[in-house]
Design a protein around this ligand. Sequence first.
Ligand SMILES: Cc1cc2nc3c(=O)[nH]c(=O)nc-3n(C[C@H](O)[C@H](O)[C@H](O)COP(=O)(O)OP(=O)(O)OC[C@H]3O[C@@H](n4cnc5c(N)ncnc54)[C@H](O)[C@@H]3O)c2cc1C
Length: 456
Amino acid sequence: MKNMIYDCIVVGAGTGGTTAARTLAIKGHKVLLIDRKKKEVVGDKVCGDAIGKHHFDTLNKLIGLRYPTQDECEANIDGIDVISPDKETILKIQGEGTKGYMINRLKFGQRLLDATIDTGVEFLDKTSVISPIFKGNFINGVLTRSLDSGEKKEIRGQAVIDASGVTAVVRRKLPNHNIERNVKKEDMIVCFREIRDLTREIDDPNFCKIYLTQNIAPGGYVWVFPEGMTRVNVGLGLQNVASNPHPRQQLYESVLSDSLFEGSKVVHKGGGIVPTRRPIWSQVANGLLIVGDAACQVNPIHGGGIGPSMMGGYLAATTIDHAFEKGNLSERGLWEYNVEYMKGYGAKQAGLDLFRLFLQQTPDDELNYGMKHRLLKEDDILSASLGEDLVLNLTEKVKRFFSGIGKLGLLNRLRKISTKMKEIKGLFQNYPSPEQFKAWKSEVESIYKDTWEILG
Ligand SMILES: Cc1cc2nc3c(=O)[nH]c(=O)nc-3n(C[C@H](O)[C@H](O)[C@H](O)COP(=O)(O)OP(=O)(O)OC[C@H]3O[C@@H](n4cnc5c(N)ncnc54)[C@H](O)[C@@H]3O)c2cc1C
C-alpha cells in the first residue's frame, strides 16, 4: 500500500460505503475502503433494522444486490401501523411499497463487506480517518491513524468518498464551500433502542408499529418493530434540542412500562443519531463525494437511511466512473451525482422534510383529530411516503367538520404545506447547474421561510 495512489478512497464501510466501493471495483477501479471498526464487527449498528423491499428491487437490477437471505432476515414485513397519540386511531398502511424486511445488521453488513472485498477492493480496518488531505484546492487523500499502533499515515487517492455516517469526518473539515459543514442539531433525531425477547407472542408479527406522540417522543416517534414471534426492536427517537428529555429515560418510563414488556429480556441496546431532513445542498467538491448519513440521505419522516445510502453509494460510484472517462474529477466533473440523487430520492426527501416540520409543530390533540377524521387516507400516506404528491382528503364533509370543531387552522396549514411540498420537490427534480446553484438555493430557502410562516 505504500505510496500507492488509489482511484478512490472510501471512508466508512457501512451500507453506503460498501455499495460505493463495490460498484467502483465492478467498473474496474482501484479502491481502498477504510473503517475504524474491526473487520468482524463492520455492519453492527444500533438501528431499527427495517428496510423496504423496493430498495432491493432497484439495486438488484443495478448491481446484482441479493435480497436478504434467511439467516440475515429476522422477519418479513407487510406494512406499517401508524398509531395516533391517543391510540384511538390506527392507520394501517400496506401495499407493495411497504413490503420489507427486518434485517440482522451485523450479518447483512458482513455480507456487504465480503461481497465488496470479493470484487477486489482493498480493506483497511481499525483505522480512523482524521481529515482530508488537499493538493491545491483538490482533495486527494486522507490522513489516517491506526487504532492498533496509533501510527498516522497519509494515503493518496484521486477521489475520496465520505461515507462515514453521521460523524461525516471529511465533510466537517472542509473549507468554506457549497457543502454545509455542519447540520443543525434540531434537524437530527436522537434515539435509544433495545432488542427484547418477550414472554408472549406479539399480535401482528408482520407489521411495524409507529406511535406518534409529542408528549413522549417530542419531534420524533416511538417504534415497535417485530423480529419474529417473541422478539421486538423497540425504540424512541426525539428531536435533538436541549429542552427535550433523554430518549433512554423516556423509553424506560413511558414505553417499556407497557404490559407487553413485562418479564422481557434485553438482547441488545444502544443509542444513535439520525439526520432527518433534506439532503445537504451539494454533495460534491473537487475530488470529493459525500454519501449516506454524511450527506443527510435519510427519509425525514421515518428515519430510514439504509436504502438511500446504498442508492447514494451506487450513484456516487457511477459518477466517479464517468468523471474518470471525462478526465475531470473537479466539482463540476462530479456535479452529475447531485443531479441524479436530487431528482430521485433527494426530491422525495425535500418534500417529506416539510411534512416532518409540520408534524413536529402539530400538537397531539390536533394529530388525534387529523388522524381520526382521515385528513390523510392510508393509500395517500403510502403514495406520499413513496415520493408522490401529498393528496388531502378535503371533501366538503371533512371541511365542515373541521370548521365546526374550530380546527380549520390545522386543515389550512396542511393544505398550504402540501402546496409547498410540491414546489420544493419540483426544485429538487430540476437541480441546477453550478452556475445556477446560488439562485436555486435561495428559491429553496424561501420555501423553508414560507413553511415556517405557515407553521407559525
Ligand atoms: C436508532 C436508529 C434507528 C434506525 N433505524 C433505521 C431503520 O429501521 N431503517 C433504516 O433504513 N435506517 C435506520 N436508521 C438509519 C440508518 O442506520 C442509517 O441511515 C444508515 O446506516 C446510513 O448508512 P451509512 O453507510 O451512511 O452510515 P453508517 O452505516 O453509519 O456507516 C458509517 C461507517 O463509517 C465508519 N466511520 C465513521 N467515522 C469514521 C472515521 N473517522 N474513520 C473511519 N471510519 C469511520 C463507521 O465505523 C461505520 O462503519 C436508524 C438509525 C438509528 C441511529
